[in-house]
Design a protein. Sequence first.
Length: 359
Amino acid sequence: MTLSLGLPAIRRDPASLPTTEGRPDASGLIDQHGRTARDLRISVTEKCSLRCTYCMPEAGLPAIARNDLLTPVEIARLVGIAVRDLGVHDIRFTGGEPLMRADLVEIIGLSSAVAGGASISMTTNGIGLDKRVDELVAAGLTRLNISLDTVDRDHFARLTRRDRLPAVFAGIEAAKRAGIAPLKINAVLMRDTLGGAADLLEWSLANEARLRFIEQMPLDADEAWARDNMVDAAELLDVLGARFTLTQPHRVDPSDPAEEWLVAGHTYNGGPATVGIIASVTRSFCAACDRTRVTAEGTVRSCLFGDDETDLRALLRDGSTDATIAEWWRAAMWGKQKGHGMERADFVRPQRSMGAIGG
């Protein structure tokens, strides 16, 4: 069964923009709850080479028409506006799977040229990375987050519906040879993978990769997520604690979603090794959220769990100035909701899954 991408409320005319009444005259992406967005996530495609059970339906998501996707030039223009006019200092390309874009090198190259001192990173499953990482680094890619939930091949095949773990390992090795550091591994925490969590941490330490576990959120296209069945940070710590001594939980940056734990007896590039836990559900970091998102179709998504999107693609294509685009973007972020609301009994999941809008 192929599922719908969802039908969010997309703002396409000035009258539909959130009110900016009371907004200070500030250039940045501030909201009504005291936050400033400086981290931009840009989805470049809905396509993916895997079918992870917590993200994609087995048949995949409906294809976005080619003309509805932002072009490399349009993506770079938004990056330039974000950095120059809106105070963004981190750019991350997401999907779907970004490596599914044949023009990804052009996207990164054009974006890097206008990004100033902003970092250019990408979240990927690593499949095919070994064939492209050198040209991506040459184009301006500086950091990588690689999604990997298990190092057991059979389990990986069941979880992703694809037997591609060797390809992921090849991508990771290529990234290490290309000198990308720190190399981060993202693992979604699930009941099915909890038993292998310590093995994944052991592998990450041996391969000098920074591992971060993420509590599973209700963003799966199959809508199978259930709060009662999710594994929380406390349960994970108990499992990891049976093999490792974890101490001194801390956040490197107040806006960093990951709480980092020192792993006693292990080092990373000469410094202390850590494992991160992003407790998205049970220890919400919404109050410190500094992210703004642009979907592959060019809409601003102020919150991962919101269903309201503001269309910038139309402005990119109708001759609007950078100043106008920036104003629409500011208005979209001023109306950002306070939090995801998963702690409330009346919580309603967003209509569009993570695969459709980018993580």
